[in-house]
Design a protein around this ligand. Structure first.
Ligand SMILES: Nc1ncnc2c1ncn2[C@@H]1O[C@H](COP(=O)(O)OP(=O)(O)OP(=O)(O)O)[C@@H](O)[C@H]1O
Ligand SMILES: [Mg+2]
Length: 282
């Protein structure tokens, strides 16, 4: 028999944390000679929802609009039309100062880490906290330490980025992204610059952050194995439009895209077994 608390958990409706409603974004074409530049539609009328605690994957060919869609979630790109709501706040309706504050709730990491090269790991992580100036020095130090502990980088606090391995650089970037205790972490190709073993370790770190801190994640990756190992839900983008979305474990509904069908393999026990064999022999 199920315990009453489990029943409650199962019956709780999932909370929508990211609500993207018919969002479009075009970029101005190159200025030709005379003729008006045609706008290039990078994201077209995309509607999707990410629930609290999801690790949501975005996949699609190069140029499909994955990075643009990710940047629309924290309004690094402002949509031409449509609505973006994150954690109950309609970002597309906020003033600039309110948007700055709301962005503290959304961390982001990148393929090339984007660390400040002339600042130590400690100062990189402290940077967003200092900008917002909400913590006094002892609290700021404690928070930076806490974040470095989360990613296993305390012993590198005094190093500069050039003195770190790729995996360590991405850990520093994760620590920085988590400093302001965001509810959401956006990841654009977070492991694409890393080797297989380092990728596996980083995926473990991201999974732990999701499970232990309850951080909801959206991950863009062209590596099916990365999405297969991490995500519970995946959306496929084609030419800026949402082609399909599905729960990774649900193979009962036929997938309409090639990428969707390929991903089905990563939800199988065969894949899990092979991944473990790889981990054991590494
Ligand atoms: N700032 C910009 N100005 C003009 N065009 C842009 C801009 N940013 C993106 N685009 C165009 O929008 C389309 C989508 O780009 P985006 O970077 O979102 O693709 P992507 O799916 O992330 O690709 P990749 O897998 O190569 O990273 C591309 O055709 C790109 O050339
Ligand atoms: Mg991209």
């Amino acid at each position: 028999m199920m315990s009453p608390s489990l029943v409650t958990v199962l019956e709780q409706p999932q909370r929508v944390l990211i609500d993207i409603d018919r969002v479009s974004k075009s970029f101005a074409g190159r200025r030709g000679s005379g003729a008006a530049p045609a706008a290039f539609p990078a994201v077209r009328e995309v509607t999707l929802r990410v629930y609290q605690n999801d690790i949501f994957g975005l996949i699609g060919k190069s140029g499909a609009g994955k990075s643009t869609l990710l940047r629309l979630i924290n309004l690094l790109e402002r949509p031409d039309s449509g609505r973006v709501v994150v954690d109950g706040r309609e970002l597309t309706a906020l003033s600039k100062p309110d948007l700055r504050a709301a962005r503290q709730n959304i961390g982001m990491i990148f393929q090339q880490f984007n660390l400040l090269q002339n600042a130590t790991v400690f100062d990189n992580v402290a940077f967003p906290l200092r900008i917002h100036g909400l913590l006094n020095a002892p609290r700021l130090n404690a928070r930076v330490r806490e974040c470095l502990e989360l990613v296993g980088l305390v012993d590198k606090a005094g190093n500069y980025p050039a003195q770190l391995s790729g995996g360590q650089k991405q850990r520093a970037a994760i620590a920085r992204a988590l400093a302001s205790r965001p509810a959401v972490l956006l990841c654009d190709e977070p492991t694409s610059a890393l080797d297989a073993e380092t990728t596996r370790e980083l995926l473990d770190t991201l999974r732990n952050i999701n499970r232990e801190l309850g951080v909801t994640m959206v991950i863009v990756s062209h590596e099916l194995s990365v999405l297969g190992a991490l995500c519970n839900r995946v959306a496929v983008l084609e030419d800026g439009a949402l082609a399909e979305q599905f729960a990774l474990a649900d193979t009962s509904i036929a997938r309409s895209t090639l990428l969707g069908r390929e991903l089905a393999y990563y939800a199988t026990e065969d894949y899990a077994a092979a991944a473990w064999r790889g981990a054991a022999s590494a």
